[in-house]
Design a protein around this ligand. Structure first.
Ligand SMILES: [Zn+2]
Ligand SMILES: [Zn+2]
Ligand SMILES: [Zn+2]
Ligand SMILES: [Zn+2]
Length: 456
């Protein structure tokens, strides 16, 4: 879980910087919101609004100065000018020559108001968001657009996607929130400390109107990840075989029958601790390629959903004997199909290297090239237009039926591989990927065999 912290970026918005210039420069005229669909803002409008939010916080009181009810009597208008120091008030115009900035008709009698160098009928001074007249003393201004303060806040103040409240200001008066770099999930920093569940697969926090599933080992799984989650050893075999086929299609056939088991978190951690040769990925190991004989509890029967928990799993101890250089591949249960596959593709590459006599590779080289295979397999799964190089693929029944959600998850796992901060997995992947893009996989592997390093 902790590894996710590094991936979550901080973003702070300055809510208090003075932007008086913008306020004054808006004196050129007022554009009215038309139609009723103004809540659907385009991206550009959103950007403008993002900027404008700062004005809204900075100058609510001064803005109200620009907005004064005035009677049709010229003397009152003159008086109000003396009292009003805001530069955007309209110049004095003789009665009868005032044109409403909203409807463009003359203002002949009754109340009117002056704002930003223009006059308005009261009913023509409207909110750019909801199109209703603004009658409050204070309002918000974005560029030349006027808004109800509440409408403006609704449009611009970021809301937390976990608790659905406006993100609170921090001690310095700034709007500070966390933003997931891939999903763009925006949330109050407090949820990192208040035991809000985080999906162990996609990293998204549990919104308050949704219940994640709790796995028996304490991990949480969101419902999207649960949809394609692989829960027991038997269920995982077709995927395992399709990835072996994928290797074969790349002319990297693995002849040995290497057992593959789905296991619980504890079993995986125990096996990892016992296996001195495996690379250990901190803080959470999700798979391992075993080189030594061990007895491991394999998940025999999948747990079922009961309430918001997964229960009733059955495991069976299995003695793994060594029939070749590689004893077994173990993968954590309960992960979505694409993540399970990515882990399998990685550890099959460990196995392949071992079986082909690659020895004593440094962690960056081994983890890096294994992550490249993982990445390539994901790519082949989520980009169906890339022609499969596999000649005898028979286990593609689950392929092709992927939902948009599942594809998006696949993109996320690729993003995670590419942006991993660890030296071995992240740095190794980036170096290996650069080499493979330049020289191709085969030549890169040959170079690694000869030199123990990536070609530069
Ligand atoms: Zn008007
Ligand atoms: Zn409004
Ligand atoms: Zn929140
Ligand atoms: Zn998830």
């Amino acid at each position: 879980m902790d590894s996710q912290k590094g991936d979550v970026e901080r973003e702070a918005k300055n809510g208090l910087s003075g932007r008086n210039d913008n306020l004054c420069s808006s004196a050129g005229g007022l554009r009215r919101g038309v139609g009723t669909d103004n809540h659907k803002k385009s991206d550009k409008q959103k950007e403008e609004l993002d900027e404008a939010i700062e004005i809204s916080f900075a100058e609510p009181l001064r803005k109200s100065d620009a907005y004064k009810w005035q009677s049709g009597d010229d003397n009152d208008l003159a008086k109000s000018h003396q009292n009003d120091f805001h530069p955007s008030n309209p110049p004095y115009v003789p009665k009868g020559n005032r044109v409403c900035g909203g409807c463009n008709r003359d203002i002949n009698y009754g109340n009117y108001l002056g704002c930003m160098g223009k006059y308005f009928h009261p009913e023509c001074f409207r909110c750019h968001a909801c199109s209703y007249p603004i009658t409050e003393k204070e309002f918000s201004l974005s560029g030349k657009d006027t808004y109800h303060k509440t409408c403006f806040k609704e449009l611009t103040h970021p809301k937390c996607e976990v608790c659905f409240q406006y993100i609170p200001l921090n001690g310095d008066g700034l709007i500070e929130y966390r933003l997931h770099p891939f999903w763009s999930q925006k949330y109050c920093p407090a949820h990192e400390l208040d035991n809000t569940a985080r999906c162990c697969s996609c990293e998204r926090l549990e919104p308050m109107n949704v219940r994640y599933i709790l796995l028996e080992d304490g991990r949480s799984l969101c419902l999207e990840c649960l949809e394609s989650a692989i829960m027991d050893t038997g269920e995982c075999q077709p995927l395992y075989h399709s990835i072996r086929d994928y290797y074969e299609g790349m002319n990297m056939r693995i002849d040995q029958q290497i057992p593959m088991l789905l296991v619980e978190r504890q079993a995986l951690n125990d096996a990892t601790t016992r296996d001195k040769n495996g690379f250990h990925r901190l803080p959470e190991t999700r798979g391992i390629c075993l080189y030594e004989e061990q007895t491991v509890a394999s998940i025999l029967r999948r747990p079922s959903v009961s309430g918001h928990r997964l229960v009733g799993m059955r495991t069976q101890y299995q003695k793994l004997t060594r029939r070749c250089e590689v004893t077994a591949i173990l993968v954590l249960y309960g992960l979505p199909r694409l993540l399970t596959g990515a882990i399998l593709a990685h550890h099959l590459m460990n196995a392949w290297l071992r079986l082909k006599g690659y020895r004593n590779l440094n962690p960056e080289v081994e983890a890096g090239i294994c992550q490249v295979l993982s990445y390539m397999w994901l790519e082949s799964e989520i980009m169906p237009n890339i022609p499969s190089s596999s000649s005898s693929s028979t286990t593609t029944s689950k392929k092709g039926g992927k939902s948009r959600n599942e594809n998006k998850l696949g993109e996320f796992f690729m993003h995670q591989i590419a942006h991993d901060a660890s030296p071995a997995y992240g740095g190794g992947f980036r170096a290996a990927n650069a080499a493979v893009n330049t020289y191709g996989l085969r030549r890169t592997l040959d170079h690694i065999r000869l030199t123990g390093n990536f070609p530069l």
